[in-house]
Design a protein around this ligand. Structure first.
Ligand code: T46
Length: 140
């Protein structure tokens, strides 16, 4: 779907285990200004429920398993992340929810900007309006 894609990172396997490098501008199309990770999420918890105006991010489940719902007013998709060599790119203007965190799961996020409260849209009806307005602007 628009502004969402899976990125497959390189895996270096040898007799000592596996190593996956991630390099800015090579594996990730944006400059990484922030890294955070979500962990110790209890069973039944659903997080997210927002969209970003400008922020680009790549989500990587470095341990365990988690489901990500990505949604626009026109389409939606559920992606299971359970592979540390796979990233989910989510660009601007996409509603997201994260749920079904497996016990011990760690969701690592690479972000294109610092934490800015003003970039969040946390109510779905406001997001829908913002999305439709920005699509109209694109057509002009
Ligand atoms: C996103 C999904 C995938 C900070 O202080 N700095 C930060 O960089 C972040 C991301 C959060 N926070 C604070 C703000 C809240 O008090 O940490 C608390 C939890 O954040 P939030 O409720 O926004 O977490 P999620 O899991 O709903 O969403 C996060 C990101 O905020 C968001 O950008 O796309 O993960």
């Amino acid at each position: 779907m628009e502004n969402v894609k899976i990125i497959n990172f390189k895996i270096n396997t040898d007799k000592y285990g596996k190593l996956t490098p991630i390099e800015q501008k090579i594996d990730i199309g944006f400059n990484i200004k922030r890294v955070y990770y979500i962990y110790e999420v209890e069973e039944g918890v659903r997080r997210g429920f927002h969209s970003h105006k400008k922020l680009e991010q790549v989500l990587i489940c470095v341990h365990g398993k988690v489901k990500i719902l990505v949604k626009t007013p026109n389409e939606e998709e559920i992606i299971t992340l359970d592979n540390p060599s796979e990233g989910l790119y989510i660009g601007p203007n996409i509603w997201r929810e994260m749920y079904d965190f497996e016990e011990g799961a760690v969701l690592l996020v690479l972000a294109s900007d610092y934490y800015k409260v003003s970039d969040y849209i946390r109510e779905y009806d406001k997001y829908e309006k913002y999305y439709k307005k920005s699509k109209k602007k694109e057509v002009k």
